[in-house]
Write a protein that binds this ligand. Structure first.
Ligand SMILES: C[S@@+](CC[C@H](N)C(=O)[O-])C[C@H]1O[C@@H](n2cnc3c(N)ncnc32)[C@H](O)[C@@H]1O
Length: 285
């Protein structure tokens, strides 16, 4: 299934793509935002696409093979090194569309979704030594409880952690889902396993640490009047961005270009993955 990107038009507008320059799509996924940036750039600049996941890189390598863009597989928290390597000094605009893409959720071999039975992997990068299975089967009960509480805001974290330790070894997503359903009743539209899967994915991929470091490095390599646009999907990552941007504004190193933007009703109708999306923009002074 193809990933549908949120805030396609807004991203291009806020990045000032039409004025030209060199841009980074730091989380290119299957390249919907990249495509929009590339189209609006109209040859007046350069584009670097980054992603940590082989599947994303394979998709964009195919899609952009004849378009003269740079494509790099790597962690955006290290984007300064990649930028140097391709010979850029400072950058005009950087996009972060955080979190996970539909292409990854729907990949039945990766363990990201509670809808499919697969091994408990959940890594974006195969170089990452920690899989969800390692957390589930080797971490202490208190540690698992903390992960579920901190990264999933899961109210049943203690009960679920206890049940996990009792039911080990747990190798597959279906076993984890069954165990959660023993502890937590289904209520409303949200699946009871949603928060546990989110928490494990965030922990395994060090997502919050990367968000923090990624926006800091991005600001360092930004030109004066250059912009960072972020799209976040949950309060944990949004808080990190909000606090960092506010700090920069207070120190008079950047201005907030807009208040936090939420998707319109028509955007949510078109793409329900945008329900919780929030867009933020800063410009470097
Ligand atoms: C929401 S998707 C982006 C979708 C994309 N904007 C599009 O138009 O298809 C988020 C992407 O960020 C990537 N990602 C997550 N953590 C990353 C990191 N630390 N460095 C680089 N990419 C990362 C994921 O692999 C995923 O492809």
């Amino acid at each position: 299934m193809k990933h549908k990107a949120c805030f396609l038009k807004e991203v291009v507008e806020f990045l000032n793509v039409e004025s030209g320059g060199n841009f980074i799509d730091a989380t290119c996924g299957t390249g919907s935002h990249s495509e929009e940036i590339w189209k609006n750039l109209k040859g007046k600049g350069e584009l670097l696409l980054m992603d940590i996941d082989d599947l994303s890189i394979k998709e964009v390598a195919h899609k952009f093979h004849d378009r003269g863009v740079y494509i790099v597989k790597g962690n955006y928290a290290k984007m300064d090194k990649f930028v140097k390597r391709i010979g850029w000094n400072k950058v005009s605009g950087i996009l972060f569309d955080f979190g996970i893409g539909l292409h990854q959720i729907e990949d039945r071999t990766r363990g990201f979704s509670f809808k499919y039975d697969s091994p408990l992997d959940m890594r974006y990068s195969k170089q990452n030594p920690v899989r969800a299975e390692d957390v589930i089967n080797t971490f202490k009960e208190e540690e698992i409880e903390r992960i579920l509480r901190e990264f999933g805001e899961e109210r049943f974290s203690r009960k679920i952690a206890k049940e996990i330790v009792k039911s080990r070894p747990i190798r597959r997503t279906s076993e984890l889902v069954d165990l959660i359903l023993r502890v937590k009743r289904r209520k409303g539209k949200i699946h009871p396993a949603t928060k546990v899967f989110q928490a494990l994915r965030i922990f395994v991929n060090r997502e919050l640490e990367n968000v923090k470091e990624g926006i800091r490095v991005a600001f360092d390599i930004l030109k004066k009047a250059g912009r960072i646009v972020t799209v976040t999907y949950h309060s944990l990552e949004d808080r990190i961005v909000k606090d960092y941007f506010k700090g920069l504004e207070k120190e008079k190193r950047a201005v907030l270009i807009t208040k936090k933007i939420k998707p319109s009703i028509s955007e949510i109708q078109r793409n329900k993955n945008c329900r919780s999306a929030k867009l933020r923009v800063i410009e470097k002074l």
